[in-house]
Structure formats: C-alpha cells, structure tokens
Design a protein around this ligand. Structure first.
Ligand code: FPP
Length: 233
C-alpha cells in the first residue's frame, strides 16, 4: 500500500507551508558552491508542488526569500533572484498544462522593479487557476504585521482578529494547518508569525534538495495522527 492510501483522507492538511532550509549545506556536501544548492532546491520545488497536488493539498506556501536574506553575499542573492526569474518564466510557459495559481507574499517594492513586475504578471496570468502556490519573497512575518496594521489604521474603525487575518498577505487563503521545516533547525525564522498560532509543526533533518515525495507524505501522515485542540480539551 502506498503512502497516499495509508493517509486518512479526512485528516489531510488543507494548507501546508514549508521553510525550505539546507540548500547551502547540501551544496557544500557535494563540494559545490552554495548557489548549486539553490538550483537543486528549485527542482525540489517542482517535485513537491506536484506531489502536494497529488496528495490533495489545496494550498502550498513556500518560503523562498526573507527580508533578512539580503544580508547574504551579493553573489548568492543574485543567484537566487536569477533562479526566481527563470522559475517565473517557466511558470508562464507551463501555465496551460499546470493550472497553478501563483501568489507572492511579501514586499514587492524591495525587489528589482523588473522582477516585481514579472511577479505581478504571473499573479494576473494565473489568478483563475485552481491549485494555489504562495511564494514568500522578500517576506518577513513582522514586516507583514506592520503592513497589515498600517492598512487597518488607514481604514480606521474597530479592528477584529478576522480583520487582521484578512489584511495579511495570506488574506486569500488563511492560516497553514501544517508548517514543515527541513534541515534540522527548530525555529520559525520570522515566517507566518500570526498565521502559525495553531499550526502543527513538523521538523526533519533532510536537506531541502533531498526532500522527496515520500518525505512530504511522511509529514502529512504525521499530521493526520495529531489531535488539534485549539486551546480546548
Ligand atoms: C535556505 O537554505 C534556502 C533559501 C534561503 C533560499 C530558498 C530558495 C530556493 C529554493 C530557490 C528559489 C525558490 C523558488 C520558489 C523558485 P540555506 O541557504 O539557508 O541553507 P543552509 O542553511 O544549509 O546554508
């Protein structure tokens, strides 16, 4: 029996968010420069997007680049931006066959204007597609909360929790049920701070470039066994 058949279909997460960590270490282990780890990481993005869809996951959110990642050497930042550029180009070309809806979470104004425009174009092109892939790019959880607060302050009036949720970058899809982090680190690194309030967390030592369909299924299986109580009993 395959993994999919072993998972209780009533208990699969609707929305999975992933902190894709370990690209640099993967490259180092192969004796390669860090950027090769990111390149391989993009291959994993394609594989896992497909696998999540096959498992019946409705929304997938991937942490591609944080507001803090600009501190990395310029060469590495440039390599990641080039990979994103390529990724967007491929996504546009494959739109007819893939039917993925892309949404970028984060501050586009901090990106190179050409890249920011390409992100917006991809969002527009795919906005009526069914399976959602959020890509957190120039994203920080605290920056996101400040962005939402400003929007709400401008609007004025009463502010409820539902208003804050709706004003976040994830207003269109809500909170993740499961957050996965690869490569053996046990922290959220400024990812989805508000939205993670009741998320189940899953950590694995596997480096992102090695993260497979089986690893994703294992995370989903573990999730399906957990009891979520949301503060109740
Ligand atoms: C963490 O590994 C990974 C990143 C900061 C970048 C992730 C980017 C990609 C996979 C490519 C672009 C994404 C998309 C969606 C096209 P690390 O470099 O921190 O690894 P380390 O902890 O081993 O050094």
């Amino acid at each position: 029996m395959g993994f999919k058949e072993q998972i209780n279909q009533d208990r699969i997460p609707r929305h999975i968010a992933i902190i894709m960590d370990g690209n640099g270490r993967w490259a180092k282990r192969q004796g390669l420069a860090r950027m090769f780890g990111h390149k391989q990481g993009v291959e994993t993005v394609h594989r896992i997007t497909e696998a999540a869809d096959e498992l019946g996951i409705q929304y997938l959110t991937l942490y591609a680049f944080s507001t803090e990642n600009w501190k990395r050497p310029a060469m590495e930042v440039n390599a990641i931006m080039q990979l994103l550029d390529r990724f967007i180009k491929d996504a546009k070309e494959d739109n007819d066959k893939n039917k993925i809806r892309y949404v970028f979470l984060g501050d586009k104004s901090g990106l190179a204007p050409i890249l920011a425009d390409k992100c917006t174009e991809l969002e527009r092109l795919t906005e009526n597609n069914s399976s959602l892939l959020n890509i957190a790019l120039n994203y920080g959880g605290r920056a996101e909360l400040v962005y939402a607060c400003r929007k709400l302050a401008e609007r004025g009036g009463e502010i409820t929790e539902a208003d804050v949720s709706a004003a976040l970058y994830t207003g269109h899809c809500g909170d993740p049920d499961l957050i996965v982090r690869t490569a053996g680190e046990y922290r959220l690194s400024n990812f989805l701070l508000w939205q993670s309030a009741y998320a189940e967390l899953y950590f694995t030592d596997t480096l992102w470039p090695d993260f497979s369909e089986t690893d994703l299924s294992a995370a989903v299986m573990e999730f399906s066994r957990r009891k979520r109580r949301y503060g109740g009993v």
